[in-house]
Ligand binder design. Sequence first.
Ligand code: ZN
Length: 735
Amino acid sequence: MANRKSCCGVSLLEAMLAVLFIVMTTVCVVLITLMVSWKTHTGLTPPPQNHSYLIGVGRADCTGPPAEVPLMGYANPQQSAAGIHTRLYSRAFIIDDGRRRVVFVTAEVGMISQRLRLEVLSALQVKFGDVYRQENVVLSGTHTHSGPGGYFQFTLFMISSKGYIRSSIQPLVNGIVKSIDIAHRNMKPGRIYRNRGELDDSTLNRSPHSYMNNPEDERHRYKSNTDKQVMVLKFTDLDGDGIAVLSWFSVHAVSMNYTNRMVSSDNMGYASYLLEQDKNPGDLPGQGGFVAGFSSSNLGDVSPNIRGPHCVNTGLSCDYLNSSCPVGGTKMCQAFGPGNDMFDSTRIIGHNIYRKAKELYASAVEEVTGFLHFAHEWVNMTDVTVQINSSHTVSTCKPALGHSFAAGTTDGGGDLNFTQGAVEGDPFWDGIRDALLGEPSNKTQECHHPKPILFNTGSVQMNWPLPWHPQIVDVQIITIGSVAVVAVPGEMTTMAGRRLRDAVQQELQSEGTFEDTEVVIAGLSNVYTHYITTYEEYQVQRYEGASTLYGPHTLSAYVHKFRGLARAIAQDKVSELPVGPQPPLFTKNLFNLLPQAPADKTPVNSSFGDVLQQVDPVYRQGDVVSITFIAGNPRHSGDIRDKTFVTVEIYDNRTDSWEVVHTDASWETRFHWLKGSNGRSNTTVEWFIPPSAPGGCYRIKHFGHYKQRTGLRPVIKPYEGTSAVFRVSTSFYYQ
Ligand code: ZN
């Protein structure tokens, strides 16, 4: 018997059911589509797509010796490390599209030096073979001016940071490699979303006179003399759970000024700190899986000290053209704000950057798709010729710094009588220069014109004991789908960065394959070559122009070289790019001017870790707890990564134990090292009790090491000190 339903005829009821089914299905599809579209537009769950990458992220401590090593940035000989404000971290992001792999690292250092990069690359080679190499690894520094120096091989930088200091570069190399290693071991399928927005009230152009020298029609294309753009990449796993954020913003990390002696990650570091604390609730700083990297960009002329420069002795405005004061000269003209002191300013600027990045992260829905590319070339920057129009070619020069380099900036002025904006030499200083180093040749002076040369660092005389400045630099671009990261080996000013971004974008889009590409500049990358201004900015020779190392056409040379990389990527001809001349890794003539730390001593009848000044019995939220211990030199603690000199602990009644609530990486703690005479020293620990601190019993501990001479060999021994127990009271009463 045939099944009735197998016949071709359809009953009325079946037809009605079928119509109903079709209508219902259509309604459902429309509803689902609408819901997905709504969710997309409201920034909730983005629609699933077929594009995914392998993504790995990692963070590692790279804090170096927090004592006696000069802090890198202000070139101020008095500013050597003496404690920890916040720790320094390296954050690594690895992305793989199944064909290629790229690595972006943002490290909390003043800048990546060529020496640091070469040592990192060689450590990566030992660990991973050819997986990570100069072509696909970008290293960028956040430009904090409060990190230990001593990780350079060129003479000028060695002089300003007491030489090449093994104990200073080692934690940086190991920290950066460890962050890459953690990312490498964490790789899993995931997605990337991009977003961008603008952040106001956080930056100020510190050389408006230079900026105004750019062509008027060019300036009119932009509404501000600094780039306000915050660019954010959001990384998620395939379930849509966030694993990391990587962000770029143009601002000098100089909210902490040259009077600071503590190692600090400054405003950009504080933004990372806040976002990671948000996303890793319950974890101590530097711990937890979520990684938030904040990278530098074209910050050359961008200050965070937004109250602007004033003469600190008179309160009057500084001279607009040369940023000096009638009494006291350059040194008296300083920029401050927006906070009451440098800690407050760091907090405000860091919080602004964090808040904007967090908002952009939460609303990021534009998925980044497409293949990865990378292009790299080593370039001898002293010898680049560029055809700028049909009849005119220009060339770069051997490196030299101008007089205004010695004037410094309104974020930290020089001590001598130099001013910014010098287009003429000074007979006194020129005389000293000529007597010590020989007069620069006419050819060199002409090449750098109108820069009056102060340090002719490309000369034969300034090649001792090692070259004073690099000549071979990395130019590098990585692209992640529709995002291109341009690794710039120095500090580009706002307008220089805009010109470079436009040029790279134009080349990438020339073949039609890179439509809608977002180009970002990663500053202070790979090798440090000071500043890069536009040709027009160079003419007025403020600090940034005087520090544009390879002459007035430095930017044209970079634009030319980066165009070449971008074109090679667009045309898929990267393999045809020349490798270029390999930079040197000096093994001889590196010098170290930092004397060995002497053996530590205590006053009679006392021991290391003894309390010299005790805590009070009771505090309130908002108070500052302060305690002083007899200490050893923090340099004797050796490799301090992943350790702490300080803990703040709360007593837990239920478990009858002490729980660590803060370390020396915490924003709330400050660890000061106070060097005395004859090997004696103290540490003072401060805890700024946050309003969120629960009431209860607390103690503060300090950990360190001291060196003793017993017999012939010095011995390093650990010690610790503990405060009396004190109470934080949340009750509020009037007296
Ligand atoms: Zn700078």
